[in-house]
Design a protein around this ligand. Structure first.
Ligand SMILES: NC(=O)c1ccc[n+]([C@@H]2O[C@H](COP(=O)([O-])OP(=O)(O)OC[C@H]3O[C@@H](n4cnc5c(N)ncnc54)[C@H](OP(=O)(O)O)[C@@H]3O)[C@@H](O)[C@H]2O)c1
Length: 322
């Protein structure tokens, strides 16, 4: 099979399109023929060496996708050959085939096509964790969403709107405004320098926002703190772009709450994973959640997908087609 491996840590140039032998499913696993693989910012983190350092190179990148089950290993009885399945956080997904634990698979309803299902897994499960668990948005809440035209930002915006919230989206360029607005963002701030807090406070009627969703690196951290109202919540989630460094808890202002949620804690059992995925699929089928595919690349062009995402020129979800 063909696969995308990283040969060492570094820029997109460390990515290679190679031939690998087909994997075999062991007990509790399924062999899947991949139809679509999702590109996530975390894949860039892996490539840069901020994650998966314990796995030796060359390793196959990618954690998410959709495909058809070709075979199952011993003891797998809830997933059958021929079923269309999706997964999230299963290493080795930038490939034509992958072996995935059966407990990490969900079956995809017929109403949802492969591209939509692949696009909703990581970013959709993350967005639903952030807006329904970590900070359950209430009707009337004002949320500041960073990178609002990105894959995660667009889904987060829609889920906040579904819950009756008001969204102030921060994007890096004018070209992203229409995309963020189409997802439901009420107001947009254009900024790349961390100078958005005053405008967010003004847009929230002078009090600041109830919640800020920030995965945009150290540059935005102080502005996000400043934009919060009294007792506001800071949802920080950007390890790839980097953190603010050590924080003295006594410097935190306005009785705010701050935390680093990871999507996996939302789906840490197979039951939760299937229930949360089913809720996303329902939202898609009912038309409450819309997916924007920002780019489709042949599997061989994974390096280009990474480079485009890092240049901040993409919107929505990027997909690789084996
Ligand atoms: N904690 C979790 O569970 C979890 C799960 C998934 C993702 N994440 C994090 O969420 C963030 C978004 O991930 P994603 O996979 O959904 O990708 P995404 O939002 O589609 O990523 C692209 C966005 O990131 C912004 N960006 C790109 N390069 C940047 C840079 N150098 N500095 C600042 N912003 C930059 C761009 O927005 P602008 O140019 O408009 O700013 C772009 O729209 C990442 O930080 C990722 O690590 C966390």
């Amino acid at each position: 099979m063909k696969a995308i491996v990283m040969t060492r840590t570094g820029g997109p140039e460390v990515i290679e399109f190679v031939e690998r032998s087909d994997p075999m499913p062991g007990p509790g696993e399924a062999l899947v023929k991949i139809a679509v693989a999702g590109v996530n910012f975390m894949d860039i983190g892996v490539r840069r060496g901020t994650a998966w350092r314990e796995t030796p190179d060359p390793k196959i990148l990618g954690v998410e996708g959709v495909g058809r089950v070709l075979a199952v290993g011993q003891g797998v009885d809830d997933i059958q050959r021929g079923q269309r399945v999706a997964w999230v956080y299963s290493p080795g997904s930038y490939a034509e085939k992958a072996v995935i634990p059966a407990a990490a698979l969900v079956t995809v309803p017929d109403e949802i096509d492969d591209r939509t299902a692949a696009a909703v897994m990581m970013q959709g499960l993350t967005a639903s964790h952030f807006a329904t668990d970590f900070y359950p948005v209430q009707s009337g809440d004002i949320a500041l969403v960073h990178a609002a035209a990105g894959g995660l930002g667009l889904l987060l915006t829609q889920i906040i709107k579904l819950r009756g919230g008001h969204v102030i989206g921060r994007v890096s360029s004018r070209s992203k405004i229409a995309v963020a607005k189409e997802a439901g963002a009420d107001d947009i701030i254009i900024d790349t320098e961390g100078r958005f807090a005053d405008e967010a406070i003004r847009l929230s009627g002078g009090e600041g926002v109830h919640v800020v969703y920030d995965g945009s690196g150290p540059k935005t951290f102080q502005g996000s703190l400043d934009a919060l109202r009294i007792s506001g919540t800071f949802c920080w989630y950007g390890p790839v772009l980097g953190g603010p460094g050590p924080i003295d808890i006594m410097t935190l202002p306005k009785s705010i709450k701050i935390g680093y949620p990871t999507f996996y804690d939302h789906i840490h059992t197979p039951e939760l994973f299937r229930a949360r995925s089913a809720r996303l699929f329902d939202w898609l089928i009912e038309g409450n959640l819309k997916i924007r595919i920002g780019g489709e690349y042949p599997l061989a062009d994974a390096a280009k997908a990474h480079a485009d995402m890092e240049r901040r020129v993409t919107t929505g979800k990027l997909l690789l087609i084996p």
